[in-house]
Ligand binder design. Structure first.
Ligand SMILES: *[C@@H]1O[C@H](CO)[C@@H](O)[C@H](O)[C@H]1NC(C)=O
Ligand SMILES: *[C@@H]1O[C@H](CO)[C@@H](O)[C@H](O)[C@H]1NC(C)=O
Ligand SMILES: *[C@@H]1O[C@H](CO)[C@@H](O)[C@H](O)[C@H]1NC(C)=O
Ligand SMILES: *[C@@H]1O[C@H](CO)[C@@H](O)[C@H](O)[C@H]1NC(C)=O
Ligand SMILES: *[C@@H]1O[C@H](CO)[C@@H](O)[C@H](O)[C@H]1NC(C)=O
Length: 848
């Protein structure tokens, strides 16, 4: 099958130029179902910067959620889940786009777009978006997201297989290490089936059939005139042993085809039964139709994929049993962008598509049955709940880790077989094929359904719920993370490490922020952002290489101090009482750091005037002897990290740094202090709201700078929203993460105190909390935790409607401060004799 893919003559050039011009005026969703690349997506294939996927954010679930949140938050987009999901599919999804090798005699030019939607997945896509999830009259404004995010979203949602030889196929066989890291089940699989297939010559020869040109098919409505050279490279060179699968996002519970996932949600949110006769192109079907209608939920997910497999494997390979499932893996452990399949044949139903089908089916069912309310739950929240480690979609059974059981509960074989048979009849007339299955179709469909069931039960062994809970934390961070990066790091080494940290501190709308500074002088390279997608779009190889090389700690610290003081003054002006922590992490590659007197002086000033800033060092060589004077806790705040340019071992190397960041509690401050700690300073009564997921804990840390001396200072915590379970408030002076039944070596019963918050509030007194300590520096922080306890199996309801709630079932509480004071380290040095004397005096009085 051929199409006009590039248009070398003059008239056509003008035509493309005109289309591109029109594209700039608005996004017409219908264009993604046309047989050329939708005009608004063309720049993703024409602009060299956007064409290089390494310049786009990684294809991960948090990035997908981040981009969806940006669209939801756009004031010009007023759509509920039901409307938005349709717009997303019609605007950003276009399946089956492939590269086509231009004729040698066609000159390369700016007017040539050597890509077109010709892979088999396009035909199902078109049927889906024209008949099953039709467009509405609404459109998304064309400036809702940047070009980079638009292209990223397009690639995450659009299934296609790129079989071109890349030149790094030697790595196909070295993937075991990644696979072993990914999921436990990959180990046995990789020992038998998959590796053999990759190397198996017979399979390779068979694979060539996938690459044969399809012949003219009267069922296809696409007009094509050129029968010469515009073969896709898959067709010409189809040799890669591990083709790239597009349209996939990384999740902890296996790679998921986001287009299938979203299509399933749409199929359920806009549920309808469609007449098969309305889907059949031309007058009659080649096949007997077992039922006259199909469900939009099945057609947009599992039946769609199985029908594709039945038709293609049945006609192209003459098989009598349909193969379901092709494993694969990402070619990097951090910031994943490329998903490689372990096989070249039978790629109609890959593992990520199976997961997307099941997840989309489950979520679509929840919307269709009003378990999740499409008019109040946002799409980003629905995804966030389903792909969460603990609570799920209002019920902990409805989580991605429970996918296998959800599949068994919701999809029955008989319904799947008849839905799939009906959709086969419809898809057949919408798709160019190399033959017609003249008999045995029923058997093909039933083997497809059976293999789907057995494969998803036995082979799709993603991270289980039990392992999910033991390998994730039951607390979330809200950290303003400042990274001071030494540009002498090779980008390939430092970028995966940074990406790992950002994923784990949960940079995001409800989580942490990141700011990137240059260790050369402390200047800002990337402004503070809560968006993973924006950070990755900015921190590219080119941006890294444009940074000045080298480390100057003195000017860096001077700039950091100014930056932090400005933050404190800003917080004073906004009466900020707390909620986030702040960590400054140096990532240094240069050796022989010079720690001279001015550097130590700067560090001292930061220490004294920015009490809650935790400074950490991670260096490529051991610099302990220089750096120990620079940190608060020299045994834990300095780490040596050995990073390599292959980006391997990141987790092992960086997890000690991460756990240090995780130990820094959220701040509670007296915002009156600002950066000067001078003036009329007691806080009076002030408060802030914070939120907690059921079963989670929030940790806070209060600096002695706010409770030194002997006033009647208090913290009160009260529950201000509904929700399941109870809250427990714990406090400690020794443990940054106090909680009930803490099981850490060396904990004595007195070092952690807990109280149940039954009604009203829990009051914690900070009076005399520095008793016995002569200086602020020697008085330890005060650590507090708020822990939600929810009986297992509690059902969760929507209780939180405000924009600050990450989840609809987030529990709201209030933290109130009373009479916090202001003591800078510097101040106490100056007035130390008076203060210390009065403290002693008070202590003596107390003891009498
Ligand atoms: C979006 O459309 C408007 C006209 O509706 C046009 O002026 C603008 O340039 C377009 N922006 C982009 C980014 O294409
Ligand atoms: C992954 O594969 C892509 C495409 O071939 C390549 O550009 C990238 O460098 C690879 N990444 C790693 C870490 O091997
Ligand atoms: C604290 O974090 C929240 C999100 O987690 C953010 O909205 C807020 O702006 C942050 N505040 C400060 C002062 O950084
Ligand atoms: C950071 O933000 C400021 C203003 O908020 C802006 O002037 C500056 O250009 C931004 N810097 C970068 C590197 O984006
Ligand atoms: C910062 O303060 C702590 C506590 O007083 C002290 O142990 C540390 O040495 C100080 N660090 C610097 C760089 O002054």
């Amino acid at each position: 099958m051929q199409k006009i893919v590039f248009l070398p003559d003059k008239n056509s050039m003008i035509w493309i130029a005109i289309t591109l011009g029109i594209a700039a005026t608005g996004v017409n969703a219908q264009l993604t179902t046309q047989s050329s690349i939708a005009p608004h997506l063309r720049e993703c294939y024409m602009d060299p910067l956007l064409l290089d996927r390494n310049n786009l954010p990684p294809t991960t679930l948090p990035v997908l959620i981040d981009i969806i949140q940006k669209i939801e938050d756009d004031p010009n987009v007023n759509m509920d889940l039901r409307q938005l999901i349709v717009q997303l599919l019609h605007t950003y999804k276009q399946d089956g786009i492939e590269f086509h090798q231009p004729n040698a005699n066609v000159p390369m030019s700016n007017f040539l777009l050597p890509y077109a939607p010709t892979f088999h997945s396009f035909h199902r896509h078109r049927l889906l978006l024209t008949k099953i999830i039709p467009a509405s009259s609404q459109t998304l404004p064309n400036n809702t997201i940047s070009s980079a995010l638009k292209c990223a979203l397009h690639h995450m949602m659009s299934i296609t297989v790129d079989g071109r030889v890349r030149g790094n196929e030697q790595n196909c066989n070295q993937l075991a290490q990644y696979r072993a890291l990914r999921t436990a089940r990959d180990i046995p699989r990789n020992l038998n089936k998959d590796d053999v297939e990759i190397l198996d010559l017979d399979t390779m020869k068979l694979a060539k059939t996938m690459g044969q040109m399809r012949h003219f098919n009267p069922k296809d409505d696409v007009e094509y005139t050129n029968t010469g050279g515009s073969q896709s490279e898959r067709q010409v060179l189809g040799e890669s042993q591990c083709p790239l699968l597009g349209g996939v996002v990384f999740t902890r519970w296996g790679a998921v085809a986001a287009g299938h996932l979203l299509a399933g949600i749409a199929g359920g949110a806009q549920f309808q039964r469609i007449q098969v006769s309305d889907l059949i192109r031309g007058s009659t079907s080649n096949y007997q139709v077992p039922q006259s209608t199909i469900s939009s939920l099945y057609a947009s997910t599992i039946s769609g994929d199985l029908a594709e497999a039945v038709l293609i494997q049945g006609t192209e390979r003459g098989t009598n049993s349909i193969t379901v499932g092709v494993a694969g893996n990402w070619n990097s452990t951090q910031a994943p962008r490329y998903y490689m399949l372990h096989n070249r044949v039978n790629v109609e139903v890959t593992d990520p598509e199976l997961r997307g089908d099941i997840d989309g089916f489950v979520l679509g069912t929840l919307l269709n049955t009003n378990v999740a309310d499409a008019s109040s739950v946002r799409l980003s929240q629905l995804l966030d709940m389903y792909y969460s480690p603990r609570n799920g979609v209002f019920d902990q059974n409805r989580r991605a880790c429970n996918r296998r059981q959800l599949r068994q509960e919701t999809i029955t074989r008989d319904v799947l077989v008849s839905e799939t048979s009906a959709f086969v009849a419809a898809l057949d007339t919408n798709m160019p094929l190399r033959g017609t299955i003249v008999s045995g179709l029923e058997q093909l469909v039933s083997t497809a359904a059976e293999n789907f069931q057995s494969y998803t039960t036995n082979s799709l062994n993603d991270l289980s719920c039990v392992n999910t809970e033991t390998t994730t934390n039951d607390y979330r961070l809200k950290t303003n993370l400042y990274l001071v990066v030494d540009a002498t790091w090779p980008y390939q080494a430092i970028y995966p490490a940074i990406s790992y940290l950002l994923d784990n501190v949960e940079v995001g709308k409800y989580g942490s922020s990141v700011t990137l500074l240059n260790a050369f002088d402390g200047s800002i390279v990337i402004n503070k952002t809560f968006s993973l997608a924006d950070f990755h779009t900015q921190y590219t190889l080119a941006r890294h290489q444009a940074m000045f090389n080298g480390v100057n700690l003195e000017s860096t610290l001077t700039n950091v101090r100014t930056l932090m003081q400005n933050e404190l003054d800003y917080e004073k002006s906004t009466n900020y009482v707390g909620g986030n922590s702040t960590v400054l992490l140096f990532l240094l590659n240069s050796g022989n750091l010079q720690i001279n007197v001015p550097v130590i002086e700067e560090a001292r000033k930061i220490n004294e005037t920015i009490p809650d800033l935790r400074i950490l060092f991670a260096t490529s060589t051991n610099q302990f002897d220089s750096l120990w004077r620079m940190v608060r806790d020299m045994h834990n705040d300095i780490r040596t990290i050995s990073l390599n340019t292959e980006g391997t071992n990141v987790e092992v190397t960086m997890s000690p740094v991460l756990s240090r960041i995780q130990m820094v509690g959220r701040r509670i401050v007296n915002s009156n202090c600002g950066s000067t700690f001078e003036g009329q300073l007691t806080s009076g009564n002030r408060q802030f709201d914070d939120y907690l997921e059921p079963g989670y804990t929030n940790y806070y840390s209060i600096s002695p700078n706010y409770f030194f001396g002997n006033a009647n200072r208090k913290i009160r915590i009260s529950r201000t929203g509904g929700g399941a379970g109870s809250l427990v408030i714990c406090q400690s002076r020794r443990f940054p993460q106090p909680r009930q039944n803490l099981t850490v070596a060396g904990v004595d019963a007195n070092s952690v105190t807990c109280q149940n918050l039954v009604s009203g509030n829990v009051e914690i007194s900070l009076q005399s909390a520095c008793e016995g300590f002569w200086t602020i520096g020697s008085c330890p922080n005060f650590f507090i935790s708020v822990q939600s306890q929810v009986p297992d199996g509690s059902s969760l309801t929507r209780i939180c409607n405000e924009p600050a709630c990450r989840f609809p079932y987030s529990i709201r509480y209030q933290v109130q401060i009373e009479e916090l004071g202001c003591f800078s380290g510097a101040g106490t040095v100056r007035i130390s004799s008076i203060l210390v004397l009065s403290v002693i005096f008070l202590c003596v009085l107390n003891k009498v």
